[in-house]
Design a protein around this ligand. Structure first.
Ligand code: E4P
Length: 204
């Protein structure tokens, strides 16, 4: 049961990392743009904080993704989890990188069928976007349930479910209850996990 932070803001990562309750970090190009810094500098700083699992997203053609994934792995070592999109090229890149012993996170998962293909391609993580499924009037937690059932029935152990696009406390616990191994959360959600109004009342 691991909690990742979905951010490229190193000050925020550092602050929450000190709790000892964070297990990794996921980033994406939008978060990197928001950080407004050299991408490698950001990864290096996250690594220096002590984070041992950092999802680093690659873009472009299949060859671009493979080359950049190899470069990132060479630069940052085992803490680099290469994040590829759930496309045919992304899965081909996943297979190649998996063959090189590199961990891959297949992102933008919106169906159980996609999670099946990603597992077959050797993904370490599949990232179903719970919040965005909900945004579109489907049930994101039901998707986690389905993927978890399939992986259990089919005895898939090497691919883990990383619930992404998680923006509230209830979705964190619902995701774990439905079989997610990891939940990556927007940083403002993390302090909210500590809080309950009745705990506060009980203190006085
Ligand atoms: C995860 O890897 C994604 O970057 C992220 O969770 C997307 O979240 P959003 O749907 O809130 O943008």
């Amino acid at each position: 049961m691991r909690i990742f932070l979905d951010t490229a803001d190193t000050a925020v990562i550092r602050k929450h990392w000190d709790t000892g309750l964070i297990d990794g970090v996921t980033t994406n190009p939008t978060l990197m743009m928001k950080a407004g810094r050299n991408v490698d500098d950001v990864y290096q700083e996250i690594k220096d904080i002590g984070v041992t699992d950092i999802s680093m997203e690659v873009v472009g053609s299949g060859a671009d993704m493979i080359n950049e994934g190899l470069r990132l792995h060479k630069t940052f070592g085992q803490c680099a989890t290469i994040k590829v999109p759930m496309t045919k090229e992304g899965l081909l890149a996943c297979r190649t990188l998996f063959g090189e012993g590199i961990n891959v996170n297949v992102t933008l998962i919106f169906s159980a069928a996609q999670a099946i293909l990603a597992a077959k391609a050797g993904a370490k993580y599949v990232s179903p976007f719970v919040g965005r499924v909900d945004d579109n009037s489907f049930d994101g937690i039901e998707l986690i349930d389905q993927i978890s059932d399939i992986y259990t029935i089919q005895n898939i152990r090497k691919t883990e479910i990383l619930a992404a696009s998680v923006r509230d406390v209830k979705t964190v616990s619902d995701s774990f209850a439905s079989g997610a191994h990891v939940v990556t959360i927007a940083p403002p959600v993390f302090p909210q996990l500590f809080y309950h109004v009745l705990t506060d009342h009980g203190l006085y």
